[in-house]
Design a protein around this ligand. Structure first.
Ligand code: AMP
Length: 489
């Protein structure tokens, strides 16, 4: 759970990056950072907390130059501390490079052990630092080849932006687990995990990076504001202003379906589809699959809002925003010594009693992970006087932990992995419970070209979870002999 951003060729690069991160804040609230380049010198500012608190005018003034990358983080690998904040900047024999990474690598531990056995020193626990060690050790001469070499040796999910004194690089892993798009702003190229970042800065969406695509933007001598031919900017070749490579063996696309279900912002275009529309279709399909006699459809905000709308439209049951969310809640809060009923959940959500009292309520949420939130919400809605509470979930039972970058608990803590449907219903205290079927979900999201990773719902992981792989030899074989094979161009 992270967001990446990049911009090259803009006089206010770091300020634009800051705004881009603001729009990506939902992807991580733990730490953030921006790296910029000015006249060959690199500057980095990183810190713990949210974008609004991290960056001041003075801080952005310390990030001069026309190119920048940004990152916001919620840890899925490595603990929550400043050393793990990104972009991570290093010096190598090819000069300085800063790198921000969204996604989780499945062989990082094995690679790290092999590197440490060979004397490597790490300053963070993040798997992203492994990529930088591999980059530093690559025998390839030029930066883009060394980055391709390094990324060819890791397995799992990565959507990356990287900055050098003269280049901005972006890469998406061959499965395309995590999203990454390229856009255009006043003669500058921009990259972002989600298109909602382009909307905020007024950039034009150009396209998604292809799975396995590496883009290299070089500082060019174009006059400020001079037009670029963005129509020519397809994958796998040179376009005006950047070069695109497809260096790795092609894989079947496996974009994360949970981005569509829960994680991405509803105003983003994801994998060629509107997130908001996809969520509405999930709700209407759920309405067709699992209708119920009821008086009112109530979303669990914010995740359940569009699915609840779709459910309401499909069933004809009126929609009401009867749970009000407090948007200003921090991560922790101090509870009074004398306990207040439903305190934990009521800090975040409060029912509007007049919309619920005496009514048969359909509560719609996007997912049940641990089951603790649902149980509390059902209890709270009953306490507000609901006659019946029916829970409808706009995705299938969440049964397997994500290894590709969504923060999920261990399998033992996933309620649907351990209890039957009827047991889950009983545990959360609902009168009835139904989930969207996997086929139903697939139908709602196939309007784009994407094939999806559905491992969280099926346990069917697209890559080996290979932290046991023997990687010792791979580290020091000449570049080009790596397991993935590589053809640049
Ligand atoms: P619970 O079942 O108590 O774990 O909570 C499920 C709720 O958390 C749902 O309303 C989801 O919208 C939300 N949710 C789903 N996945 C995640 C995640 N990876 N991190 C944080 N919240 C999530």
């Amino acid at each position: 759970m992270c967001g990446v951003f990049g911009i090259m060729g803009h006089p206010e690069a770091s300020r634009i990056a800051y705004l881009g991160l603001y729009a990506l804040q939902h992807r991580g609230q733990e730490s953030g950072g921006i790296a910029s380049v000015d006249a060959g010198a690199m500057f980095v500012e990183r810190g713990m907390g949210q974008v609004a608190d991290l960056f001041t005018e003075a801080c952005l003034d310390r990030l001069p130059g026309r190119s920048a990358i940004g990152h916001i983080r919620y840890s899925t690998s490595g603990s929550s501390r400043l050393q793990n904040a990104q972009p991570i900047r290093i010096e190598s024999r090819r000069g300085a490079i800063a790198l921000g990474h969204n996604g989780n690598l499945v062989n990082a531990q094995a690679l790290r052990k092999a590197l440490e056995d060979n004397g490597a020193i790490f300053s963070s626990t993040s798997d992203t630092e492994v990529v930088l060690h591999l980059f530093a050790r690559s025998t390839e001469e030029i930066v883009e080849d060394a980055l391709v070499d390094a990324l060819g040796r890791v397995q799992g999910a990565h959507a990356i932006t990287a900055l050098t004194p003269t280049q901005l690089l972006a890469a998406r892993d061959p499965y395309g687990f995590r999203p990454l798009s390229i856009g255009h702003l006043e003669g500058a190229w921009v990259l972002a995990s989600e298109t909602c970042a382009f909307d905020l800065i007024g950039a034009e969406f150009v396209r998604d990076l292809e799975p396995g695509e590496v883009i290299v933007l070089s500082q060019d001598a174009r006059a400020e504001g001079e037009a670029i031919d963005i129509v020519a900017a397809g994958a796998g070749g040179a376009a005006a202003g950047y070069v695109s490579h497809l260096p790795w063996a092609k894989q079947a696309r496996k974009s994360c379906i949970f981005e569509q279900v829960y994680f991405a912002r509803p105003d983003s275009r994801l994998y060629g589809d509107s997130v908001m529309q996809a969520r509405k279709r999930m709700g209407s399909t759920l309405g067709a699959e699992a209708p119920v006699e009821a008086d009112v459809v109530v979303p669990v905000p914010d995740g359940g809002v569009y699915a609840a709308q779709g459910y309401s439209e499909a069933t004809g049951i009126p929609f009401e925003l009867a749970l009000i969310r407090n948007h200003y809640v921090g991560r922790t809060f101090i509870e009074p010594r004398q306990s207040i009923r439903h305190f934990g959940v009521k800090v975040k959500l409060n029912p509007v009693e007049s919309l619920i009292k005496g009514r048969r309520v359909v509560l719609v949420d996007d997912s049940i992970v641990r089951g603790t939130t649902s149980a509390k919400i059902v209890e709270m809605v009953r306490a507000a006087g609901a006659a019946e509470v029916h829970v409808r979930i706009s995705s299938p039972p969440y049964v397997s932990s994500c290894h590709y970058g969504i923060d999920t608990p261990r399998r033992e803590d996933l309620i649907a992995a351990n209890l039957s449907l009827e047991e889950v219903r009983e545990r959360i205290g609902a009168d009835t419970l139904a989930y969207l079927s996997l086929d139903g979900l697939r139908q709602t999201v196939t309007s784009g070209e994407a094939e999806y990773c559905t491992a969280c719902f099926t346990g069917d992981y697209p890559t080996p979870l290979s932290d046991e792989l023997s990687t010792q030899m791979e580290l020091f074989t000449p570049a080009g002999a790596g397991p993935a094979g590589r053809e640049i161009g």
